[in-house]
Write a protein of this length. Sequence first.
Lengths: 337, 614
Amino acid sequence: MSETVKTYTKKDFTSDQAVRWCPGCGDYAILAQTQKVFPDLGVDKEKFVFISGIGCSSRFPYYMDTYGFHTIHGRAPAIASGVKLANPDLSVWVVTGDGDGLSIGGNHTIHLLRRNLDINVMLFNNRIYGLTKGQYSPTSEVGKITKSTPMGSLDRPFNPLTVALGAGATFVSRTIDKELKHMQSMIKRSHAHKGTSFMEIYQNCNIFNDGAFSAQTDRDQKAETVLILENGQPILFGTEKNKGVRLDGNKPVIVDIGDKWSVDDVLVHDESDYVIASILSNMSYQTDFPDPIGVLYAVESETYEETMVAQINEAIKKKPKGNVQEIINAGDTWVVK
Amino acid sequence: MGKITEQVDEVVIRFAGDSGDGMQLTGGRFTESTAIIGNDLSTLPDFPAEIRAPAGSLAGVSAFQIKFSSKDIHTPGDKPDVLVAMNPAALKVHQKEVAPGGTIICNANAFTLKNLKFAGYETNPLEDKTLDDYFTLYSVEMGKMVSLANEDLEISSKIIDRTKNFFALGLLFWIYDRPLESTKKWLGVKFAKKPEIVEANIRALDAGYNYGETTEIFTTRYKVDKADLPAGTYRNVVGNYALSMGLAAAAEKSKLGLFYGGYPITPASDILHTLSAWKHLGIKTFQAEDEIAGITSVLGAAFTGDLGITATSGPGIALKGEAMGLAVMAELPIVIINVQRGGPSTGLPTKTEQSDLMQAMYGRNGEAPVPVLASATPGDCFFAAYEACRIAVKYMTPVILLTDGYLANGSEPWQVPKVDDLPDFDVSFADESNLADGQFLSYSRDKKTLARPWAIPGTPGLEHRIGGIETEDLTGNVSYDPDNHHYMVETRAKKIDAITNEIASSEIFGSKSGDLLILSWGGTKGACRSATEALKADGKKVGHLHLRWINPFPKDLGEKLIKFKNILIPEINYGQLIKLIRAEFLVDAQGLNQVRGKPISSADIQEASNKLIG
């Protein structure tokens, strides 16, 4: 990115459009943290592009005073791919939701992740369809009673983090709408990562699924229910940081730090370790485990656009000054007089 | 040897064999040599739908037809004068279409009991004399001949047997007096790493040629003089290739990056393959995860200032419909190419049809007008592609270009165009000079074209948002205002109508008024032109009008139509253009509709014409 970056404030990233989410929606906090962090990213404002699909979260680009494209349901990752490939110099952000990114657009999400374009995905997970007024989503728990599932939903939910890891993502993280500072650091980490960054954000829909993450956001409980990951540090949680995750073979178990187990027995987080990331991601939907937040997985790998540009440059080097006339004239020709 | 040389104006040859027999390649080589001689020509490949149907089966028959002439021709011909059948199945499938009195040349060695049975013959047609009353039949032991020609080479008999198509080619080269050199040269390049294969094929080619020259079986050679084509440099060109060159030319002239996003589909995949090989021109190709990502990636690229292209066939268009609507709403320039094939559903993937016209016109939700144009011949795909790109950018709109399987895989001699001579294609992106009182109005419009400004990410001061929700006039903000919606629907329609200013007036070939107007679009142009020529020669007052643009129609189309007592619209569909014409101009047009997966013949058009005008 350019070295002579202008200085910005939050206001520079705030558009003139009235924000139209329901009062109390978790999306407000995500928008505010993004606008707050963006001046610090060291990127010229005109180089930011926000692409979204359809859903409550997908209104996001209208509120950012950057380039933005509110597109069609599920297709944001594919549209963002075209943006990035047309101009790899841009900082491209995809804002999506659990329905947009994992149901109707699931295919595009996984293919973006495996290709590893340098695009930042923010997936707002509220475990419900908000815009269409309250049907269950692909992340809703089994048995969810909604308008479309009066006797309870039948499908087993997706875990967004395991989906991302399974699709070959090079950066997988999670944060929570109420954890403002943490969210800010995750946005910065996403931006810093070269390759597709996948960030799941637990986001409360106070109208159709209020309290979906109350266990993880309640002040009195969250120390016990949320695990804040730090690279190179033992995986500890609890009010007194007196609980840890230990591996019993391949199985994670929760241990109390004290007589039997010390901090040295606890698993140390390593962002570059796929197995640890996989174990952590699977802790999400298990009742006896806290939900990990932070960067689960981050590895460097060549981006799609880098290799695309390299191939083009190689082809140009082999055949410099190529032009269409040359192609038109090629092959067996004959002259009619 | 007492051979006679007979002068003829035109010949139609069909090569048919098992899909493993190399018929497309044989036809391709015959085409190149014919092109070099300077005949006018037109070709029609006919692929089997199965990748590899069982050898010798009816489903596995692959064919390639070429018509060549000393005159200006417009179609690959109706009935072949000569059929080369490499096995019983090929004979079975194609014999009924050979012109009465025509010639059939068969590879006798493939007419084994097993193959005969597989093709459904109870007796051997080469021996039971069932064909003799109608055709001149030559039963040639091609398999045996190539085996003898190559017996001292140390390669397997299986590989030697595969050279029999070059024997057939050599024989046809002798009969029609074509040079062998370019094919020998081509073999040398094609199999550069396998000199023994080059040698075996060249021996087969020579053996076939010499067989014609020395045996007394073939007594007549035919000479087809050079066609009287306009002066210039020519090459042979296949439709999909011409189209790809047209896209590349558009990118070069406009100085835009070319971004192609697409998903493999028959018969459009060759466009993806061709563009992928031109990375040295800076062309970016993206094989997307599905048809939807194909077009949406293209939309993203167009938003960012690239010339965005996607190509597919009917089923892919169905999947791209929603994204096309977004392109209409966001007013972004992209080109969507539909290489039409037989439908509905999977239909006839390898066969041609014109049945996606209504889909192109109306296959989207809401009022979503999209300009639609169609290529007329394989070589015309170049100019149509260039035109589609130019209009898309000038009017900031998605454009649909219709071709079809016949145009995509067919070929013709093509007068090599100069990129410098193509129409101007200047593009200017919006910059800070577009700000009005510090505000950027993303939906302000050019007075003449009604196009909105193209403001691409990375441009300082023009940060703005677009989307699929109805946009407010000028600002581009979200708007649910009823009057604004009505106004925007109207404006988007007017913008497409304004493209009529780019469309030349309709040219009529033949009579400008009179008994019958033959009206065509797309790949039926050649057959309609041939039919018109024949009807004119009969003294009929017939004209032919071919449409390059279907949406919008040329301004003067209505006034041209009413000068004829009858209008005939031949289409390879169940009646689509005819509905548009009747609705728009309230004329009593009549259709000639065939959906057999192959081009309509000029003979059928003549017959339908004669029925109408008596």
